[in-house]
Write a protein that binds this ligand. Structure first.
Ligand code: ZN
Ligand code: FE
Length: 255
């Protein structure tokens, strides 16, 4: 059974998410940038957290945790590899493991690159993946700890999920990601439409997150390493996809 997803804007450009099961009342939070907006949303809906899922150790994804736990003593789930630098975990998970959320088998993917030990959570029945700062709308996270090859592998794993998967990522960076995509000069009709749709949504104050995996695969330059049009625009036709990704990431770093 699919579960309900609620997107909560936090800080200046972060997103946290709630996943809710109306039958059992189970409610999961993904990432805890700050307590205020999350506690307010829970109160407004009269929901109580049962699970808190952490994607990675950066402060803007965990700092809200103590204040949230004070009133919602939920089970905290995060990467075993990062247990030493995450808040205290009740369940430490590794890639390939699944855990239960209200009857839905949530699977854990290692999506290292932005950090090493970064994980994503795939809810197959809800058809959603929570990617934190790995795959983002029209972008991917900066490589603070991992290598380009690691992030390429991570994105390849995410891209293998069904196209209809909802991609719930950690930041509203889509406007600058679109400006970067435009700079690559391979704007086919799908990319051009995504850029104009994004501008329109942001002008109305709408969130561009979540997006869908199908749309990302079509328009996100970090998922298009095998696309001859992108390779041509970069002047590296026929290059191995991992090398194309590396070049795109390098260009974004100095954009
Ligand atoms: Zn981060
Ligand atoms: Fe972040």
């Amino acid at each position: 059974m699919p579960h309900e997803i609620v997107t909560i804007p936090c800080l200046s450009d972060n997103y946290a998410f709630l996943i809710h099961d109306p039958t059992t009342g189970a409610t999961a939070l993904v990432d805890a940038p700050e307590p205020g907006p999350i506690l307010a949303e829970l109160k407004r809906r009269n929901w109580t957290l049962t699970h808190i899922l952490l994607t990675h150790h950066h402060w803007d994804h965990i700092d809200g945790l103590p204040d949230i736990l004070a009133t919602h003593p939920a089970k905290v789930i995060g990467a075993k590899a990062d247990a030493h630098r995450l808040p205290s975990l009740d369940l430490a998970v590794t890639e390939g493991e699944t855990f239960d959320f209200a009857g839905e088998p949530v699977s854990v993917l290692d999506v290292s690159g932005h950090t090493v030990g970064h994980i994503a959570f795939h809810f197959p029945d809800t058809a959603a993946v929570f990617t934190g700062d790995s795959l983002m709308a029209m972008g991917c996270g900066r490589l603070f700890e991992g290598t380009p090859a690691q992030m390429f592998d991570s994105l390849t794993k995410l891209a293998a999920l069904p196209d209809e998967t909802t991609v719930c990522s950690g930041h509203e960076y889509t406007t600058s990601n679109c400006a970067f995509a435009a700079s690559l000069g391979n704007n086919d009709a799908n990319v051009a439409k995504r850029i104009s749709d994004t501008a329109e949504m942001r002008a109305k104050g709408m969130a561009t997150v979540p997006s869908s995996l199908g749309l990302e695969k079509q328009t996100n330059p970090f998922l298009r390493s095998a696309d001859p049009a992108l390779q041509k625009a970069l002047g590296i036709q026929g290059a191995a996809p991992v090398d194309v990704f590396t070049e795109v990431r390098k260009q974004k770093d100095s954009f």
